[in-house]
Design a protein around this ligand. Structure first.
Ligand code: ADP
Ligand code: ADP
Length: 246
């Protein structure tokens, strides 16, 4: 069955069937890749797991609990986006602390950038020590201990990626969702970050769904790969046993 279970998941947008009858079980601690060409339904599947989208039918369960019934604050997932969606004018501390507030947003980061300054000030002031500890622990997990006061714009691409990861981990979710996190990086950094992400994931031991259109990337990182095409999973296999092509 699995720790994270998709049961006959279907999502339609008007006439478009983005995800069609997807069923799969993912083990606790597994690094699971969703691989397939643009438009095959990877992001929609991910957004259903995150609870950002309501499935048209079927459902998602994490540790035996249906995601659809949970309030945003109860959701047990952390997300890393393709463009990181960090706030470059804020320091690392604020960017990571923001992960503690992301349950207040619906579809993602950045839509209400104007509001976060005051929101953060309120929450940080409200529970200073707790927030400080949570941020410090997350930064430690991504090997950026002590970086709280650094500006995002002064960090390297790889460090920024790790800040985005820390922000996703700061709430200690049981599932980490990564949507094409490497696709905006140059080739060298992309290859290097594969190992960095995998290393952090294994150390934290967090169940991870990794969305990519890059077969080599999925092959080099994942415990198992689900190959998606036209809204369906056409094969689930270990990298060494994958025979279909994306
Ligand atoms: P992928 O992540 O594999 O590129 P998506 O899940 O983004 O695929 O998209 C799957 C299909 O659903 C595409 O045809 C896309 O145009 C459509 N789609 C995704 N989101 C929406 C939306 N909010 N409204 C309408 N159609 C959408
Ligand atoms: P403001 O002065 O705008 O109300 P704060 O007093 O919350 O903001 O924080 C001032 C600066 O110190 C911010 O840049 C914030 O990132 C940083 N900061 C706040 N609390 C901590 C903390 N516990 N550890 C590290 N940096 C912190």
């Amino acid at each position: 069955d699995g720790f994270l279970v998709l049961r006959d998941l279907t999502k339609k947008f008007n006439d478009t069937v983005a995800v069609q009858g997807v069923s799969v079980g993912i083990e606790q601690g597994e690094f699971f890749a969703l691989l397939g060409p643009s438009g095959c339904g990877k992001t929609t599947t991910m957004r259903c797991i995150a609870g950002f989208e309501q499935p048209t039918s079927g459902h998602v369960e994490i540790a035996g609990r249906a995601v659809a019934g949970l309030s945003p604050a109860q959701r047990d997932t952390g997300m890393v986006f393709q463009n990181y969606a960090l706030f470059p004018h804020y320091d690392v501390f604020r960017n990571v602390a923001y992960g503690l507030l992301m349950d207040r947003l619906h579809g993602g980061v950045g839509r209400r950038a104007g509001a976060i300054g005051s929101l953060l000030n309120g929450r940080i002031a409200h529970r200073q020590a707790e927030v400080r500890d949570e941020v410090a622990r997350a930064l430690e997990q991504v090997d950026l201990a002590g970086y709280e006061r650094r500006k995002i714009s002064q960090l390297s691409g790889g460090q920024q990626q790790r800040v985005a990861l820390a922000r996703a981990l700061v709430k200690q979710p049981s599932v980490l969702l990564m949507d094409e996190p490497l696709s905006n990086l140059d080739r060298k950094l992309r290859n290097q970050m594969r190992y960095t992400i995998r290393d952090i994931q294994q150390r934290v031991g967090i169940t991870t769904i990794f969305v990519t259109h890059d077969q080599e990337e999925a092959m080099s990182m994942a415990d198992r790969i689900a190959l998606m095409r036209d809204g369906k999973i056409v094969q689930v296999a270990k990298p060494s046993e994958l025979y279909e092509r994306p």
